[in-house]
Design a protein around this ligand. Structure first.
Ligand SMILES: [Zn+2]
Length: 242
């Protein structure tokens, strides 16, 4: 996706642009919770037309960007020190960073605490170790949820290939080749929310677009998906704060 910008007063609004073959008739503009501006335009729209559309809604976009900035200020950056809490499966766990004696290094969830045993206790090392632990947990948890949820979507074949990626703006996606991509941070969410994202992506294996048929399938597979999605949306800011 290419990056463009338009002037707004003394400021600039940077946006990424996608041309969609089967898009709606007009240009649509989204601002993600973490402040990315995404513009979808029907194929055939010229760049000046796109920029004009962005300029027309610049005040609204700017307002969304300011709100996103304010939210980020609220969520304090992580320090990776003892006493700080980190999420796993929807629960906060207190971090305990302790010096290594001998060769016992690693991360473990023990009596509700996330214990990190390391020779180097600087934030970068601890963060790196914790991210490795989340990746391991995510691989296992997601595979289990995919196996549990597949029958609901009526998938009889082997589970789809799964790929993990640490992302800022989305929880998951599904490639046309049938590979499911999930955000590693999703393992921090409650299991019902993880199930929602997994079922959403599994439904895409049958219906690639967000068509009416897609939503009918989702409704059948997970009747209370709206509630689960709302819970996840509410937690997004906190869960995505590394
Ligand atoms: Zn989707």
């Amino acid at each position: 996706m290419a990056l463009y910008d338009v002037a707004y007063g003394d400021e600039h609004i940077r946006f990424s642009l996608r041309f969609l073959v089967r898009a709606a008739r007009s240009v649509s503009i989204h601002v993600t919770p973490d402040g990315a501006v995404l513009v979808d335009a029907p194929e055939g729209t010229t760049l000046p037309e796109v920029k004009k559309a962005v300029r027309q809604r610049a005040a609204w976009v700017w307002q969304q960007l300011q709100a996103s900035k304010a939210r980020k200020l609220h969520v304090l950056p992580r320090e990776y020190i003892s006493g700080e809490t980190h999420f796993y499966l929807g629960r906060r766990h207190m971090l305990k960073v302790q010096p290594a004696h001998g060769d016992e290094l690693g991360v473990r969830l023990w009596r509700g605490r996330l214990e990190i045993t390391t020779a180097k206790r600087d934030a970068l090392t601890v963060r790196y170790m914790l991210e490795g632990w989340y990746r391991e947990r995510a691989t296992e948890v997601f595979a289990r949820v995919i196996a549990d949820m597949s029958p609901r979507v009526g998938l009889r074949r082997a589970p789809p290939p799964l790929r993990l990626l640490s992302m800022r703006t989305q929880w998951g996606s599904c490639s046309p080749k049938g590979e499911v991509l999930l955000n590693t941070h999703l393992v921090k969410a409650p299991r019902p929310c993880i199930e929602y994202v997994v079922v959403h992506e599994l439904c895409h294996l049958k219906e690639l677009n967000h068509s009416e048929r897609f939503y009918r399938q989702l409704d059948r597979a997970l009747p209370d998906w709206v509630v689960r999605k709302a819970e996840l949306d509410n937690m997004a800011e906190v869960l995505l704060n590394r």
